[in-house]
Design a protein. Sequence first.
Length: 334
Amino acid sequence: MSVVDLLTCAVDTKAGQSGFGFSYVIGGGAEASLVAGRRLTDALFLEHPVSHPEVAWARAQKLCNRTGKGPNYVGYAAADMALWDLHARTNNVSLGEAMGGARRAVPVYGSGGYRSGMSADAVAEQVTSHLNQGFQAIKLRLAGDARDETALKAAASIADGSHHIMADLNEKGTLTTARRTLDRVAAHGGIFVEEPLPAHDYSGYRQLSLSHSGQVATGEHLQGLSEALPFMTEGLCAVIQPDLAMIGGLTEALRVARIAEATGTEVMPHFLPGLFVHLAAAVPSLTWLEDFPLLEPLFTGWPEISPDGTMAPRDVAGHGLTLTEEACARYRLS
């Protein structure tokens, strides 16, 4: 992953209260999202009093009626997160408590450090590293071909039935390779395969659900509740994985999670465990967090992962995250 563009948003009130949020574009190219985010926040914050994040989100959706989701949702995600931080800090509670929940510890799985086509020794080394850190589960990256057997065997030999194995096909599969991969992963005790098909291949996922019900995870490339809804209501996945930026922010992630709870779908958000641990406070259906260190070095205030592989929110108002001094000095803020 060579480039990640970070979008930040600070909301300050005349009463001296403030909230901070961010969004991102993995792979770069965030210019359109920056423009869209500014347009939406100017229309919402300069023309209306600061309101509850869910009220602001409803207004933002209306403003996107003619231009669609795309950069609008990615850009507005930063402002939505900032509003939730402001709402929580104004009420002197944690972000999760502001969402109506109570702080709890959630298991975290290790996801970083894997790539498709790794040697057995490299896989074993990375799995061992994760288990030594206390993680109770790991997620492999697979290729969708015969090489996957090597990785799965190596991981299973280290996990030894006492730790969970997950796998990610990163949208590389066809129906044929997806079915084969799901079978391979299940044979080695794996609990799901993430993105066995392209994100919006609803027809393919419907066909997979008939033969491999309960083994599919997806969602990081879906935008908004409307795109995630069929996966949950039609049983096309067992696990939904909202991404902060793509889904449109914490409000939309919360809306997805509420539907997930009603449909018996597990929620495992796409990376950023130290932020989504707050969502877990309000969402019983959130069962795992993903440790894939990417943006973490840019911020201070991340909660630590306990020796038992779980994470709980810090005892602070809001989400507790701030940009490091080094990040502010090194990168252009505009």
